[in-house]
Design a protein around this ligand. Sequence first.
Ligand SMILES: NC(=O)c1ccc[n+]([C@@H]2O[C@H](COP(=O)([O-])OP(=O)(O)OC[C@H]3O[C@@H](n4cnc5c(N)ncnc54)[C@H](OP(=O)(O)O)[C@@H]3O)[C@@H](O)[C@H]2O)c1
Length: 302
Amino acid sequence: MKRISINQHVTFSKLIQGFWRANQWNMTHQQLNTFINQLVERGITTMDHADIYGDYECEAIFGKALDLSPKLKENIQLVTKCGIVLPSNKYQFTDGHRYDLSSKHIIASVEQSLKNMNVDYVDNLLIHRPSPLMDPMEITEAVATLVDDGKIKSFGISNFNEQQYQLLSHQLTKEKLHISVNQLELSPYHVDNINNDIITTMYQQQVKVMAWSPFAGGQLFDPLDDKGQRIMAVIKQIANRYGVSPNAVIISWFDKLPHDIMPILGTSKLNRIDQAIEGLSITITNQEWFDIYTATLGHDIP
Ligand SMILES: NC(=O)c1ccc[n+]([C@@H]2O[C@H](COP(=O)([O-])OP(=O)(O)OC[C@H]3O[C@@H](n4cnc5c(N)ncnc54)[C@H](OP(=O)(O)O)[C@@H]3O)[C@@H](O)[C@H]2O)c1
């Protein structure tokens, strides 16, 4: 599988596996270990996490599965996120719903993530969401400390718009630090981040883009509204033409964009992962890409 360079130390697999829903998969640690090994065998080596996933439990579930074959750690790249606080009885500070991008919280959150996954470092840390209260100097201070301590190998953001990216990037650059990745919601159903040009800016700035919920959280396969039904009708026609699954067509839809976007798969089913991988070996035409895009817009392009 194609590798995407994040910085001089880190590369990601073109397709990434997400673990947001891992606490709902009902897998034993052994089954999850087998699943991770099967991903790695297929070239999917980059694993996306966040401190809060599964009421703050998914990282630890993953860590226990990883412990069953410690060598696996050498063959994967870990991404985690911080900055959202959710009400939970898990930790003392989880007493409300807010964003906390203070230096203290970012550092404490990464240290907890390392403990949860039983690793010494993560390959990439993302600020999960921008906050109206964020102070770029505080974030920069935390990132500098975490890089110096060898706890993160690269840094990025998620759900940031262009101005928020510029604000933080400007401060980080003063300390010779960089934003390597922006993780954004993107799918044939959710195209706001194409239409508002953020991925164009990321492309120009050489910030890599990870796409979250690439299948719109599954709703593309079971469309409840006209928009979803329109999109899926077009995708199914194209899938029939190529003799592949709709999943493959959607992955090919991403691959038509010139930005080398990395879709983060959320499924727990290997056959669906294989269908997605198949999408990397077909190339839909520009017309087919626009047929899907106009189905999303609900009207023709100008
Ligand atoms: N940065 C952020 O703010 C943010 C937000 C949300 C998510 N994320 C990341 O993005 C990852 C992926 O998100 P996601 O889970 O919403 O991704 P997704 O791939 O769009 O959706 C996966 C969901 O769709 C279901 N599904 C139903 N039919 C399917 C089919 N034919 N093929 C594939 N999936 C099908 C899957 O169920 P089965 O397991 O039964 O297949 C699973 O529940 C997360 O794990 C997380 O790492 C990041």
